[in-house]
Design a protein around this ligand. Sequence first.
Ligand code: G3P
Ligand code: MG
Length: 265
Amino acid sequence: TGAPTIETGVISIAHRGAPFFAPEHTIPSYEIAAGLGADYIELDLQMTKDGVLVSIHDKTVGRTTGGQGEVASYTLKELKRLDAGHSFAGRERKRYAHVKIPTLEEVLERFGDSVNYYIEIKNPADNPGMEKALIDALKKFQLLHKKDKNGLPKVIIQSFSPSSLKSVQRMEPGLPLIRLFNEKDFASLTDDAIKELQTYASGVGLPYRSVTKKEIDRLHSYGLDVHVYTINDKKTMEQYIDYGVDGIFTDHIDQLLEILHMRQN
Ligand code: G3P
Ligand code: MG
């Protein structure tokens, strides 16, 4: 049986927080996104050498922190020495100097059930046990199978890895799971592949340039939600909302929220 679909209008997903206002994947970035009213803050989870889930996008620490090497080669203690604001080019860069890479638990501790979480499991093949660590943390903060006041699931889990999503489903059936595709993989998505996907996923996360209205309608005909990433201009946001997408990942959550509020009134 297919997993639950996310009955809603268009969900606004703050891609890596609010990366133009504060360094991506930091508590201040998530605070700004939450404060602006994003439906979801997006986390990209990886695991440290000593098994701690942290939110950072790249496999390596160089681009955002100016450090060297892979996230997985650092213990948490070593990772906490890096400056997650190092490469931030925003106006307030002084304010965010030496902001740290957050652990999943620190984010859940900080926000609790005041926000919704759209959590990507990254590079699961490198870190067996990520899925169980994620489920355990969500259990600890009592966020599993909860909905917010608008009926949105408090937690959506996403990954490019079908096996990772299937292991989440085995451990915790009924969670809304989103299967991510890059442009190449999506182009080859056959009907059979979609039928298989339906057995564990509520929907798909696609690069917006990969989908036309026709393909969105086709995916909807299979009962799948369609979330697109990463739209950073208002004209394209309007275009994909008109196409009927169910969610948009954006670095400019303020702009998307403006459009959605205008459309609701
Ligand atoms: O998770 C959706 C989107 O963020 C996937 O792309 O590379 O930004 O994590 P990426
Ligand atoms: Mg992501």
